[in-house]
Design a binder for this molecule. Structure first.
Ligand code: ADP
Ligand code: ZN
Length: 722
């Protein structure tokens, strides 16, 4: 009787669960995955903890249609969903949607196999003998596995089944990943590594909430060190999640994991097919998958007994999602650890200012690795002042950088030229009339991609054929490319170093992920002389032959001038220069810049990261900016400029006045139009102690409802101000 009404959260944009009747004979508990009617359709939902709505008469309640035989969502992840929704000011349903991305609702069908059971066949061929030899252990084999092990075709196995020698049996489906062996290959750690690993092991063994910031220069062995925490959590019977930005490209990581633990971990990212995803989801939920390595979305997997999260490259922007639910996977990983009571390891060569401040304040334990492992040495870094060493007209490599590339090639070593700009040129204009090619949907210039012969918008994907005459004045031969992209740099390199084996790496090249992975392997093997790449090549890779890194435009990131421009540029330049010299021997990094006196460039060149952190932290503290204060962005967008601006102004007028919290704007967003929607921004600046969500909620409740296609998006802790 007690159980006839429950609340069920459905994965659509709803703030609260709905009440449903439990049909006779069905028993459900919070966390159970069920099918419920919603409007005219049926959806998958989860029985939630909220008390059901007692006001609705039982005769008006719709019943749950079915309960799935799937592992229920734990109390821990239900609490996490509620917390993330409240913090990011998103509906709980939309956060649940991230948990139910690929739910395995049906138990996996057992696979059919064969086993030696009957009498020997009348006719015994050499192929059949080999099969019988392999199957002599009496174990169940899949047909194809047995055929492969015996080196015969599957028809031989089928023949033995027909003869009654092999019997068909059904066996449980193999787990999506084998359990790691914690002592498969334990590394010999140096003193500094050991000290850090000891602290991490103690945290993992203890199992309570704690955060460690593993702050070690590139190549210092951070991965080896946090693997020891992973091993310890596994020894204590817990599951582990390792988050990695760009995991789809980081195949080398999976092999390193296998070298340490004897088997590959389960993977979770956009390149994993739907079937493996479902199996991984179930393996995570039923506890058979012990370690998952994944992209930020893996944070919402329903682990049965999660006991450690590692966030590798914790400073990386890829952890911030700016779509539907705006959240930082690094910050929410710490929250998940806090809610469930387990440790979190944040690892980086260039920690975010937020994490560094948390460590300095004693909230996180900072573990420092200050040396590269073994013989490897950091590269010598120097700036090239482009005012004194200008490139020739129409070219982008200064004479000193070009000479350094030539010297590197002469020594048979590898050079990397880094330019964080996809395509051929960021702007195309007509020399005769000044016409510039702009995206029809966005307020951005179209980027020429010469390999594909198109002009492309990097924001909405709009593409058009590159015309051979100006659409404005009709002049032919008057269109010019302005500024360099990696494709144009590739042209220059081909002209300067015709004999070199050159590779161009950019996320938008034809061939997709598979080709990029193959290219990374060939760079690792030293089959390439010059690598030209965007930030794709800056992160995490180990290129043993690389001894020269040339940063073509060191000032690019500083140009944005937003709150995080200095930090971002420092991180990116540290990462990319840190690719050089990872296998020992002398190496160099050269940074082309028009502003060698800029503090970021100075910090990179002098290697004085502490000076950079000190000055950046002081500046943030002075201005009350994160993490010393809180920010929230509000983007108002509408189908036309007037409606967006009108609503943004109305919103501003509805603002509840307080002394502590200030609001800037509305101002037209730097990216004023995206996908045809006009955008205005407001920025809320509050002290650390303020309840910024409560304030925003009161404000939005007081404001008139947006109409006419106008939308309001709140971004707590914004990373992007565009
Ligand atoms: P980071 O993540 O700090 O950049 P890595 O963990 O990738 O550094 O280590 C850099 C290189 O040094 C890798 O090739 C790694 O295998 C090697 N290495 C680091 N520490 C050890 C160790 N204790 N024993 C063996 N190899 C190590
Ligand atoms: Zn566009």
């Amino acid at each position: 009787m007690a159980q006839n009404t429950v609340s069920v959260l459905v994965p659509v944009a709803v703030a609260a669960p709905y009440s449903y009747a439990v049909p006779d004979g069905m028993r459900v508990a919070p966390g159970d995955i069920v099918d419920v009617p919603l409007g005219t359709r049926g959806v998958v939902g989860v029985v939630w903890d909220d008390p059901p709505d007692r006001e609705i008469g039982h005769n008006r309640l719709r019943p749950i249609s079915a309960k799935y035989d799937a592992p229920p969502l734990s109390r821990e992840i239900r609490a996490f969903v509620d917390w993330v929704a409240r913090y990011t000011m998103t509906t709980r349903g939309m956060v649940l949607r991230m948990v139910l991305r690929a739910p395995a609702l049906q138990p996996e069908a057992p696979v059919s196999g064969v086993r030696l059971a009957g009498p020997a066949p009348a006719r015994l061929t050499p192929a059949r003998s080999r099969v019988l030899e392999v199957a002599a252990d009496g174990m169940a084999w899949s047909k194809s596995g047995l055929a492969a092990a015996a080196g015969v075709g599957t028809s031989v196995v089928a023949g033995l089944v027909e003869a009654g020698t092999l019997h068909e049996v059904s066996m449980p489906a193999a787990p999506v990943a084998r359990p790691p062996e914690v002592d498969f290959a334990t590394p010999a750690l140096n003193a500094e590594q050991k000290a850090a690993a000891d602290v991490l092991r103690a945290m993992a063994a203890d199992g309570g909430y704690a955060v460690a910031l593993l702050d070690g220069i590139t190549g210092s062995g951070k991965t080896e060190v946090y693997f020891e925490a992973v091993a310890e959590a596994l020894r204590h019977g817990r599951q582990v999640l390792i988050l990695i930005p760009e995991i789809a490209l980081t195949t080398g990581f999976l092999e390193r994991f296998a070298a340490r633990f004897g088997t590959r971990p389960a993977e979770w990212h956009s390149e994993v097919g739907p079937r493996i995803r479902e199996r991984t989801w179930r393996g995570v939920a039923d506890g058979s998958a012990r370690v998952v390595v994944g992209a930020r979305s893996a944070l919402f997997l329903p682990f049965a007994e999660l006991g450690l999260i590692v966030v590798d490259e914790e400073h990386d922007l890829a952890y911030k999602q700016e779509d539907r639910v705006f959240y930082s996977a690094r910050d929410m990983a710490v929250v998940r650890g806090h809610l469930a009571g387990f440790p979190v390891v944040l690892s980086s060569a260039t920690p975010s200012i937020e994490s560094r401040v948390n460590a300095d304040a004693g909230r996180y334990t900072r573990l420092v690795l200050s040396d590269r492992y073994a013989e490897a040495r950091l590269p010598e870094i120097a700036a090239i002042d482009m005012r004194r060493h200008p490139p020739e007209r129409g070219r982008h490599l200064s004479p000193p950088l070009a000479a350094a590339v030539a010297a590197t090639l002469a020594e048979g070593q590898q050079a990397l030229l880094f330019l964080n700009r996809r395509g051929y040129a960021p702007l195309t204009l007509c020399r005769t009339c000044g016409h510039r090619f702009q995206c029809p949907n966005c307020s951005t210039w179209l980027v020429e991609h010469r390999f594909r012969g198109v002009l492309l918008c990097h924001h909405c994907g709009h593409s058009e054929k590159r015309p051979d005459h100006c659409p404005n004045c009709g002049d032919t031969e008057s269109l010019v490319a302005v500024g360099p992209g990696v494709e144009r740099l590739g042209e220059e390199v081909a002209a300067r170093f015709p004999g070199a084996r050159t590779i161009l790496m950019s996320s938008d090249m034809i061939g997709g992920m598979e080709r990029l992975r193959e290219e990374l392997v060939s760079i690792e093997k030293g089959e390439v002389d010059i690598v030209i790449g965007t930030q794709l090549v800056a992160k995490g890779h180990n290129f043993p032959y690389l001894t020269l890194v040339g940063v073509v435009d060191g000032d690019l990131g500083l140009a944005f001038g937003d709150l995080r421009a200095a930090e971002r540029t420092f991180q990116l330049l540290s990462q990319v220069t840190g690719r050089a010299g990872r296998a020992g021997g002398a190496s160099r990094a050269l940074v082309q810049t028009f502003a060698p006196e800029n503090p970021v460039i100075r910090a990179i060149v002098s290697g004085d990261r502490e000076a950079f952190y000190a000055s950046e932290i002081a500046a943030r503290r002075e201005a009350g900016l994160p993490p010393f204060g809180r920010l929230a962005g509000i983007v108002v967008s509408g189908p036309d400029r007037a409606s967006a601006q009108g609503y943004a102004n109305a919103l501003r007028r509805a603002e509840p006045r307080t002394e502590k919290i200030s609001v800037l704007g509305p101002a037209e967003a730097p990216l004023a139009v995206v996908r045809g929607r006009h955008r205005f921004r407001l920025l809320v600046h509050a002290p650390r102690s303020a309840d910024i969500q409560g304030y925003l909620q009161a404000w939005l409740n007081a404001a008139p409802a947006p109409r006419g296609g106008v939308r309001v998006q709140v971004d707590i802790d914004p990373q992007s101000f565009l």
